[in-house]
Ligand binder design. Structure first.
Ligand SMILES: [Zn+2]
Ligand SMILES: [Zn+2]
Length: 603
């Protein structure tokens, strides 16, 4: 399934509504603070925002007032009127607005658009006016403010945002709002937000004792608690089984390496900003690795290879370190230490398509296993402007490999969309976007083609004709990093993991103290059968123990008392609420083992 054929968001009525709402909000803010300086106000995925430089911090009461004023402006049915003008005329219009003046400079030079995004063609400068408010803007807008449903607009929150995202520039106040076509859509959106809050992996991750962050360890460096440790082991087991069957070989490489390796790979200087600074020892500079690739390349190059050996698929759950700005760290989604489901496939051009589709196939297998129904594959290509800067300077190979990927995707019948100027520095890539059970979007993983690094590492194989040839390399990580994957899975399942992935699969609950010894024995018997089971031998009453197990989302609770001990049965209570009394222990073991072995989605 894919969204390929949907209307572009930028062309939709919803986009016009939201962007128009941003203008209306700016008008309301300017009426309240006549000295306000306003910066940019685009429509975003689920709403809009506008950045303001204001004499004081906004309060929740301000938002209520601004929202009220917005409704009045909407009711006025003011038309949005467009006017094209020269840069000089635009400077006159916005002479008291320094941010707008800077934007006009950028527009005039043809560098950035009015939202600060890079542009290719020098644009026409236009303004839009409604009621008393005029903005530097290329539109599009609704025809008049009355086309916005006043009951489907809501201001959400205020947060700080640096002008141009640059911490050396002024900190502005960003007001977020949302707007929909119908009040019902707004209501659904707010409900979704509520549900997403409940599922937030940062909150659930703590409650379910999966991971923590610790000040003294450092930001962006998660500590996996025992429950998280189990999940990670299960994911690695899954990867190892799947990859073994797909012909991968596992390797292991160090976390630290000499600077020379990353100069050769081209990570230095292209990727330097995302790397931790070097440490120096005996006159040599060492880096912690931000990627595993260069070391895998060394392994490929460690002995002569023939076309008969290809493809060679080297896999490693490698630990990498990347420097993300403090402000960009976000739970497990953006971290500084990460363990990646990494592998590099060295292939001839002849086998490229088969290998590339083999990787896509892995993604699809995992999507099915995790019940991921909605996803989009995005082909990110280079841009000529970035050659030699952001991208390896070889246009011929860019065009060629991009076309190879397109052909592979087409021949494999895999729907995809294209995004220009978003490739990796060494080749085109497929970014995979997935949606969780409640429709939250995650960017999960990439599948990248690399025509540059193998040559930089002098990697060769002997072809059929006995001549040396450079292989292509595919970088791939279908299960993403442990951090991102576990973060996603927590939100996707709301912590109700399938049995195979549940840190604790069974909790044995004795009815009274006199059943403790039996409960402990039963848990041991289950563990003996490779089922992760614990007995709750605490002082609480049985009902409190059941509640506790439910809070921890343990899939199976086994209650045992005199009757169960006598008959070697259990009273099974499932996380789903289903209950089966008098179930023979052996039958339960058989059932649980089967669910685990098949990685069943059902309890
Ligand atoms: Zn606009
Ligand atoms: Zn790589």
């Amino acid at each position: 399934m894919s969204d390929q054929n949907q209307e572009r968001y930028e062309d939709s009525q919803l986009y016009r509504i939201r962007h128009s709402a941003a203008h209306i909000m700016a008008q309301a803010v300017l009426e309240k603070f006549p000295d306000a300086k306003f910066a940019i106000g685009p429509a975003i995925d689920e709403g809009f925002y506008y950045d303001f430089d204001l004499p004081r911090n906004l309060t929740p009461e301000d938002l209520v007032e601004i929202e009220k004023r917005m409704r009045q402006i909407i009711a006025g049915r003011f038309p949005f009127q467009r006017k094209v003008l020269s840069a000089g005329e635009a400077r006159q219009v916005f002479m008291d607005q320094p941010y707008k003046l800077e934007l006009i400079d950028n527009l005039e030079k043809g560098e950035l658009d009015e939202h600060g995004n890079p542009i290719e063609v020098k644009p026409e400068i236009s303004i839009y006016t409604h009621a008393t408010f005029t903005d530097l803007c290329r539109g599009p807008h609704v025809e008049n403010t009355g086309q916005i449903n006043p009951s489907a607009v809501k201001l959400m929150q205020v947060s700080g945002a640096y002008w141009r995202g640059d911490e050396k520039r002024p900190m502005l106040q960003r007001i977020y709002g949302t707007a929909w076509e119908k009040p019902k859509d707004l209501e659904d959106y707010l409900k979704r937000l509520e549900e997403a809050k409940k599922r937030d992996h940062r909150k659930l991750g703590k409650e379910l004792e999966i991971f923590i962050f610790d000040e003294e360890v450092g930001p962006g460096l998660p500590l996996w608690l025992p429950n998280g440790g189990v999940m990670i082991e299960e994911l690695e087991k899954l990867a190892k089984e799947t990859e073994y069957k797909a012909g991968y070989q596992r390797v292991r490489t160090p976390n630290l390496t000499k600077e020379d390796l990353f100069i050769r790979s081209g990570h230095l200087p292209y990727y330097a900003e995302s790397m931790y600074p070097p440490m120096e020892l005996e006159g040599v500079r060492y880096y912690v690795k931000p990627m595993n690739c260069p070391m895998h390349h060394k392994i490929f190059g460690s002995k002569p290879r023939s076309y008969r050996d290809l493809p060679i698929r080297l896999a490693e759950y490698g630990t990498c370190y990347r420097y993300e700005k403090s402000g960009e760290l976000f739970g497990l989604m953006r971290v500084r230490s990460l363990q990646m489901n990494d592998a590099h496939i060295y292939t001839s051009e002849e086998l490229f398509e088969q290998e590339f589709l083999g990787v896509v196939d892995l993604y699809l297998k995992y999507f099915e296993l995790f019940g991921i129904e909605k996803y989009v594959m995005r082909l990110s290509t280079h841009h000529a402007k970035g050659l030699g800067k952001k991208y390896i300077d070889n246009e011929r190979l860019w065009l060629k490999t991009e076309e190879m990927v397109r052909t592979a995707m087409r021949n494999g019948g895999i729907p995809y969309v294209e995004a220009a100027d978003e490739a990796a520095f060494y080749g085109p890539k497929i970014d995979v976007q997935i949606w969780s059970a409640i429709g939250r979007e995650f960017s999960l993983a990439t599948n990248q083609v690399d025509f540059a690094q193998p040559a930089r590492f002098n990697l060769v194989y002997t072809n059929r004709e006995g001549a040396e040839e450079t292989p292509l390399c595919i970088h791939r990580a279908p299960l993403s990093t442990h951090e991102r994957m576990v973060g996603f899975l927590i939100e996707h399942y709301a912590g109700n993991f399938p049995v195979w992935l549940s840190p604790e699969q069974v909790r044995v609950i004795p009815i009274t103290d006199s059943h403790h010894a039996h409960a402990a024995q039963l848990a041991a018997r289950l563990r003996d059968q490779d089922i992760r089971a614990e007995a709750d031998l605490g002082p609480e009453r049985m009902n409190a123990k059941i509640r506790q197990a439910q809070l921890m989302k343990v899939p199976y609770m086994l209650v045992v008392g005199d009757q169960e001990i006598q008959a070697d049965t259990v009273s099974l209570r499932m996380r789903s609420g289903e209950r089966r009394d008098g179930m023979p222990v052996d039958q339960f073991i058989h059932m649980a083992r089967e669910k685990i072995a098949t990685r069943s989605a059902e309890l």
